[in-house]
Design a protein around this ligand. Sequence first.
Ligand code: NI
Length: 138
Amino acid sequence: MKVSITRKAHFTSGHRLYNPDFSDEENRRIFGPCSNPNGHGHNYVLEVTVTGELDPATGMIMNLKELKNIINEHIISRCDHKNFSVDVDFTRDIIPTAENLAKRIFEVLDSKLPDGTLQRIKLFETENNIAIAERGDG
Ligand code: NI
């Protein structure tokens, strides 16, 4: 059996989905309103799931407060009220789709958490649009 814990966090960030290799019309067709020239924001919800040995002395896999602090320091403080394409060093070079953001957020958190403990991150761009990055091949 595997037991995991999940910590949820919220942040509000700006983005524009735009590929300079495409024409403006293609950008509009592919990315829809997320391609509007002046950008816009989303209220993102992030779920971070960690697994590991369940310590019998504490009944914990990891202290949730410690997990919260890592998420705040390395993701929220760097992304909240920022523009992904301008202000955030680890997303500046990507098209900031939910998928790309999920991938980069996973990589950042994976490098800060104990080896192999990060299982999955879920990024809700809206209530209905969700990207998942999880440990596995590729
Ligand atoms: Ni958008």
